[in-house]
Design a protein around this ligand. Structure first.
Ligand SMILES: *[C@@H]1O[C@H](CO)[C@@H](O)[C@H](O)[C@H]1NC(C)=O
Ligand SMILES: *[C@@H]1O[C@H](CO)[C@@H](O)[C@H](O)[C@H]1NC(C)=O
Ligand SMILES: *[C@@H]1O[C@H](CO)[C@@H](O)[C@H](O)[C@H]1NC(C)=O
Length: 299
């Protein structure tokens, strides 16, 4: 594995460099390394839990677009720097600052527009895309991972779509990937912002695979070592499955699944609130409290 380099002009393989457009903006916050036909992106803002900002999106998108169209690139892997987070979300600080500045800054508008385009490209990528979602994975971090074909969780993964607490809707493709989860789990996760931990991320269907965090380095190496001509979805799937720990914890929401399925089933929010209110279980009353906190901006 070659050392991580800055994005842009210094892509390692000369044959690839020949077709690399030089206009791709460079940033130390998004690192790219290359090994033969594989590309590895590292979100590199560990102090900000790798929160995604506009410069990172502006580096990520054109690079990924180029790889998508380049037959010599076989696979893309994305991970976060440090042990705490894959990506804690969009960089709310820069967006809020821009929105309040009243100085002509358009970061708050550009960020979402361009972020969603990146999410869409990840969701339609023509080759395997493997997100190693070790640690905190929230909001924009789900956009960079759940939309892709392979999401590998560890026992340290904490995943949530917490947008309703901010008065926002679950964006970054959430209405697509949440609505496709079983048992109305998506509606539950979207409205309450519930935080899934470790194996629960896998059981809920938001991760496609689960491994032990102590095996992450080995998995990364195994992926990068796959012979280029062997890289396809089923080969990657097989490899990821080999890293599955022998004792994966059971779904901690197993006992609530039936309640979630029944009570979070409604065409309108009012319908769901009524179902929760009419159900005297302690669990339903707790969800009702959470939802009113979200609605009042007190979460
Ligand atoms: C992860 O690996 C470590 C060290 O190899 C081991 O002690 C631990 O039990 C494993 N955890 C799981 C959940 O498999
Ligand atoms: C994927 O690649 C493997 C070789 O690595 C091959 O055996 C298999 O048939 C391929 N699968 C598909 C669906 O192309
Ligand atoms: C709550 O709803 C569940 C699922 O419909 C039902 O089985 C249960 O009896 C209800 N509990 C109460 C106390 O209303």
């Amino acid at each position: 594995m070659l050392p991580v380099r800055r994005l842009g002009s210094s892509l390692i393989s000369p044959s690839v460099r020949a077709t690399t457009t030089s206009a791709i903006p460079q940033t130390d916050e998004l690192l790219v390394s290359a090994l033969k036909s594989k590309r590895l992106i590292t979100l590199n803002r560990p102090k900000a839990l790798n929160a995604l900002n506009l410069p990172m999106v502006r580096s990520f998108y054109p690079q990924l677009k180029e790889w998508n169209d380049d037959k010599r690139i076989s696979m893309v892997i994305v991970k976060g720097s440090g042990e705490k987070a894959f990506c804690a979300g969009g960089d709310v600080l820069s967006v809020t600052k821009s929105a309040k500045a009243n100085d002509g800054s358009t970061v708050h508008k550009d960020f979402f527009y361009e972020e969603y385009q990146l999410n869409h490209l990840i969701g339609t990528l023509s080759k395997p895309y493997v997100a190693l979602i070790d640690g905190i994975t929230m909001g924009g971090g789900c956009g960079l991972s759940v939309n892709g074909r392979f999401r590998v969780a560890t026992e340290r993964t904490m995943l949530a779509m917490p947008e309703t607490a901010l008065g926002l809707f679950p964006d970054v493709g959430g209405s697509y990937f949440l609505s496709r989860l079983r048992s109305n789990l998506g509606m539950f996760l979207a409205l309450t912002g519930y935080r899934l931990q470790g194996a629960d991320v896998y059981h809920a269907g938001l991760a496609t695979h689960i491994i032990n965090s102590s095996d992450l380095a080995e998995l990364e190496k195994a992926l990068l070592d796959l012979p280029s001509e062997q890289v396809n979805d089923s080969r990657v799937d097989d490899l990821l499955k080999k890293f599955r720990p022998s004792d994966v914890k059971t779904f901690s929401l197993a006992n609530e699944l039936q309640l979630i399925e029944k009570l979070f089933d409604g065409k309108t929010l009012e319908e769901i609130l009524k179902k929760l209110a009419d159900n005297n279980s302690e669990w339903a009353q707790k969800q009702l409290k959470t939802l009113s906190k979200m609605a009042s901006g007190l979460a």
